[in-house]
Design a protein around this ligand. Sequence first.
Ligand code: HEM
Length: 133
Amino acid sequence: MTKINTLYETIGGQPTIDTIVDSLYKHIGANETLLPIFPDDLEESARKQRLFLTQFFGGPPIYSKERGRPMLPVRHQPFEITPARRDAWLGCMQTALTEAGIEGALFKDIMSRLAVPAFRMVNTEETPTKENE
Ligand code: HEM
């Protein structure tokens, strides 16, 4: 029987996830729209994201083992996530995937899978205040 690879395996496993997350947080850390809601030290944020994306892409369920059910909209509730911040986050992810050498159909597949939770995370409809723009 043919084994169907997970997305995790297809992109190259843990080393690729690590590259994507490093790049994602480098771009988040330089993004004026996103910075106001992130902690100063992004190390721990990146670590949790590494656990999550590993599991989300079909790798070992290491996020749930440590943190329980993801319930991401609930975990994002304390932070004002506007449509502008959603788009900024997706933009950082897009750059991170490109920098990790992911392109074509795989790129499109991953972006559309991530857009689903990203759209669910929006919890604030107001436009960001001037200082956050
Ligand atoms: C829509 C735009 C998004 C914004 C502005 C955003 C922002 C944040 C912020 C401020 C935190 C808390 C600080 C931290 O611990 O990192 C966080 C945590 C997290 N985010 Fe997002 N996020 C977004 C979308 C997403 C998406 C689409 C995913 C998953 C595909 C995701 C996964 C996570 C995870 C796993 C955590 C850690 C949760 C935990 O405490 O275990 N985020 N995010």
